[in-house]
Each structure stands twice: as structure tokens, then as C-alpha cells.
Ligand binder design. Structure first.
Ligand SMILES: C[S@@+](CC[C@H](N)C(=O)[O-])C[C@H]1O[C@@H](n2cnc3c(N)ncnc32)[C@H](O)[C@@H]1O
Length: 471
């Protein structure tokens, strides 16, 4: 009886399996489970954090991995692994998407396909593949730069085997091995895509465009108007000589604005704070690579193009020379709402006489605008109290649109924001909106100036100051 029911069960299972195997969602579920099991043995520890800005690998429970830990700056090693994996997967994923363009055209009849071939339509798609390969070379440099930095900062001066194993695993995931505990060797292994990784290729492409916006002279037209407004406003602030001034740039992206401010004001401390690991790591590369790179930012954009030359054109990105790096610039990773000045945390100084917050294309990223405003107001805690009569201490300079992001709790108009500042005790020194493209140029944001579609933003610009509690 027992053997009959066992064979019956086996038969039912076999039939069920043969039906399920034909069912695509079941197949991909099985595949995902297998990949998950494989990935588990290939993951870096979630316990380890790369402390910033010194890049030391530490085991520290005090760090919160989402970056919200007041006065602590660090990225979890697993987030670095995921971020670099996204860069690593770019070429294969972008080429896959590109092949869809040919597949679609190949659905046409032969007569039409022949005509497309005669106008070099399929060659265009191949040229885009080459542009993707070129972009991927730059992304590979970013991966190698980050891994080399981690190795240099950790392996050379540590005998801690656990850290070594973790760094080795990270390098392995990205296709490298480590020789003599310090030299990165490319294994030239084929890239395997993991279905269960959160690949965010949109962000990768956006970051490459940001490299152009921030660091290519072709994009001066986007950054220069922002910088000239910000610098004019900073220059208008009366700052007593030999006093300590801090400029904070929240949401600093790939860092051109904070870098330029640090160069222009060498006697002030400039802290930039960025909450995207991808942006932060690429910003580190920007500051430390020391050589120009070429990006084809619009190659994968098939709409609104005038010619293949324009679509696939490379843009030269002039990265700063490493010897030119301003020593007064500190690049921090984390949530601005938890920001504390590095020099105060490190007990280098007690406080500042002046704090200037510069928000460029930032305030509309707020899920809760009140939290941003309160965080800015909270910076008065880092002001020295010696000059209590002055209310000239906390300055807020803003330039950017009000294009609110995902699920904002409030979406204020420029006018409402003006009233709110007044209500909360801010005093405006300037406030204007630039919206008329005839009399005041609008501002592009990683815009393709050689295409049939060009997006521009109107700008809300204000300079406001906040009296300190005793001011
Ligand atoms: C629209 S981008 C602008 C970047 C840069 N300011 C520019 O003008 O090119 C906004 C940036 O703010 C960052 N960000 C968003 N919320 C943040 C937060 N709470 N703290 C720090 N950075 C944040 C995003 O990761 C993004 O890089």
C-alpha cells in the first residue's frame, strides 16, 4: 500500500513538474532561487562599513547602513559592492537594450529592411554599441579606482585577515583578484548578470551625463550661471577677516560647485554632502583620477537626433589635476539632515563665525521640505556665540527649479516658500524667479544641445539669512 501511494505521489509530482516547466514565471522563479543561493556565497559582509572620508574598513555597529547616523560618515561595503556591480553590468545591459532596436527593425519585411540597410540604419546601431563600449571603459576606470583605493587604504597597513577576505570577495565579485595583498589583477572573466541584484542602469547613464554637466567645458553654459550667482551672493556677505567660515553644499552630485567654491575661497572650509553612493564614488574618482575621460552621453538616445554623428558624439570631460585639489574641500557621504561639520566632530574647532549653505538643484529633492529647512536652521548650533549682536551668521543661497521628486509631503510654490521663510524668521537679501527665455536665459540640465528636444528649467534664486537664537 505504502509503495503504491509513494509511486502515485511521484507520478503526480512528475506531471506537475512537466506542466510547471512550461510555465515561464515558474522557470524564472527557479532560476532566481538558484542565483540567490550562488550569490549568498559571493556576498560581502553587511557588517562592514567603509568609514569616510578616509576609506578605512571598519566593523562598526554604530553606523547605520542607510547613512542616517549623525556625525558618522560611512558607506556599507555591501552598498559599494552593489554600486560597482551596476557599473560593471552597464556594457552588457546597455548592449542588450540596443539589440532590441535592431530586433524591432528586423520585424519589417525584407523590402523595408533592405532600404534601412541602404541608409546605414543597422550600422548606426553598431556604432552605438561601440559608444557603449567606450563608456564602459570609463566605468571600468571608476571601478578600478575605487577598488585600488580600498586596497591601498586597508591592506597595506593591516594584518586583519577578516578585512582582507572581505576585500578579496568584493574584488572577486567585480572580476578581479588581489596579488600580494595590494595589487589588483583583472581576471578578464565574462560578466554574469544576477537577476536578483537591484540593477539601476538609469542611474548609471544619468551619472555619466552628470560627468559631462559638471566637468566638461561644453557644459559651462549650465554650471557657470549657477556659480556666478552663488559667488556674487557670497561676495556680498560681509565677512570679517581671520574669522572661520564654513560653506556647506548639500546634494553636491559630482562636485563641480563645491570644488569651484573651495578653489575660489581657499580660506573657508567647504563641506559637500551627497547621499547617493554612486554619485559619491564617482565624485571621488573625479577628484583623484587626474586625467581627462571621454563619454558618449547621448548615444543611447534614439529620439530627437539629427544625425548619427551628433547622437554618438563623444564629450571630452576635463577632470581636475590631482595637484590642484583644494585642501579646504571635504567630500562627505550621507543624508544632509544628519550632517555635522567634520572639523567640529574631529574637535579641530569649536564653531564657525559664518556658515553659508548653498543649495543648487537640491531643495526639490525633499520628501519633507520642513526637514530640509529645519536642518539648515539647525546649523546655527555650529556657530560661535562670540558675536551675539550680529545676525549675519547663517546664510542660505539657493538656485534651482522646484521640480518635486517622489512622494513629497508638501510641494510649495516659490511664493509659498518665500512666505514660509519670512514666517520662520528668515530675512531675504534677494529673491527672484527666472522664467522668461527671451530676457533671462533658462538653465539646461544635462541637456543635449545638438538635438531636436532640449529641456530647460526656470530658476528660483534667493539669498536669505537667519538670525542665530541670540542674534
Ligand atoms: C538634482 S541632483 C543635483 C546635484 C548637484 N547639486 C547639481 O546641481 O548638479 C540632487 C542631488 O542631491 C542628492 N540628495 C538627495 N537627497 C539628499 C540628502 N538628503 N542628503 C544629501 N544629498 C541628497 C541626490 O543624490 C542628488 O545627487
Amino acid at each position: 500500500m505504502g509503495s503504491i501511494s509513494a509511486s502515485l505521489l511521484f507520478t503526480i509530482l512528475a506531471i506537475a513538474m512537466s506542466i510547471l516547466r512550461k510555465y515561464e514565471p515558474f522557470n524564472s522563479w527557479v532560476q532566481k532561487q538558484i542565483e540567490k543561493m550562488l550569490m549568498k556565497s559571493n556576498l560581502v559582509s553587511k557588517e562592514l562599513v567603509v568609514r569616510l572620508p578616509d576609506f578605512k574598513l571598519v566593523k562598526n555597529d554604530e553606523f547605520s547602513i542607510n547613512g542616517r547616523a549623525p556625525g558618522k560618515y560611512g558607506i556599507s561595503l555591501s552598498e559599494i559592492s552593489e554600486t560597482l556591480s551596476n557599473l560593471k553590468e552597464y556594457e552588457i545591459r546597455a548592449k542588450r537594450l540596443n539589440s532590441v532596436i535592431s530586433q524591432r527593425a528586423n520585424q519589417l519585411n525584407n523590402y523595408r529592411i533592405n532600404q534601412l540597410a541602404k541608409i546605414n540604419y543597422f550600422e548606426k546601431i553598431q556604432t552605438v554599441d561601440t559608444a557603449i563600449e567606450n563608456n564602459s571603459i570609463v566605468l571600468k576606470k571608476i571601478i578600478e579606482h575605487t577598488l585600488n583605493k580600498l586596497l591601498q587604504k586597508n591592506i597595506m597597513d593591516t594584518t586583519n585577515d577578516e578585512l582582507y577576505v572581505e576585500l578579496n570577495t568584493l574584488c572577486g565579485i567585480l572580476g578581479y583578484s588581489v596579488k600580494n595583498k595590494s595589487t589588483l589583477v583583472d581576471n578578464h572573466s565574462p560578466v554574469t548578470l544576477h537577476a536578483n541584484t537591484n540593477s539601476n542602469q538609469g542611474r548609471v547613464v544619468e551619472t555619466m551625463s552628470h560627468l559631462c554637466r559638471d566637468w566638461s567645458s561644453d557644459y559651462n553654459r549650465e554650471i557657470e550661471p549657477l556659480l556666478s550667482f552663488i559667488m556674487d551672493r557670497i561676495d556680498s556677505i560681509e565677512i570679517k577677516p581671520n574669522t572661520k567660515t564654513l560653506i556647506i553644499v548639500p546634494g553636491s552630485g559630482l562636485g563641480k560647485i563645491s570644488y569651484s567654491l573651495a578653489k575660489k575661497y581657499p580660506n573657508y572650509t567647504v563641506d559637500s554632502i551627497e547621499w547617493s553612493a554612486l554619485m559619491y564614488l564617482v565624485n571621488q574618482f573625479v577628484l583623484e583620477h587626474g586625467e581627462n575621460v571621454k563619454i558618449h552621453p547621448f548615444a543611447q538616445h534614439y529620439s530627437s537626433q539629427m544625425s548619427l554623428d551628433k547622437q554618438a558624439r563623444p564629450i571630452e570631460v576635463q577632470l581636475p589635476k590631482t595637484e590642484d585639489l583644494p585642501l579646504n574641500l571635504k567630500t562627505l557621504y550621507g543624508d544632509f539632515r544628519e550632517y555635522q561639520p567634520l572639523d567640529i566632530i574631529n574637535n579641530k574647532i569649536d564653531g564657525y563665525e559664518q556658515i553659508i549653505v548653498v543649495t543648487a538643484y537640491f531643495i526639490d529633492t525633499a520628501e519633507n521640505m520642513f526637514e530640509y529647512i529645519e536642518s539648515i536652521e539647525g546649523l546655527t548650533n555650529f556657530l560661535n556665540n562670540t558675536d551675539s549682536k550680529s545676525n549675519n551668521k547663517l546664510n542660505w543661497i539657493n538656485v534651482g527649479p522646484l521640480k518635486y521628486g517622489t512622494r513629497p509631503l508638501v510641494q510649495l510654490t516659490a511664493n509659498e516658500l518665500l512666505k514660509l521663510r519670512k514666517l520662520r524668521g528668515w530675512e531675504d537679501l534677494s529673491n527672484e524667479t527666472l522664467t522668461d527665455y527671451v530676457s533671462s536665459p533658462l538653465n539646461g540640465y544635462i541637456t543635449d544641445y545638438d538635438s531636436l528636444y532640449q529641456g530647460y528649467y526656470g530658476l528660483l534664486r534667493f539669498h536669505s539669512r537667519y538670525p542665530s537664537n541670540d542674534g
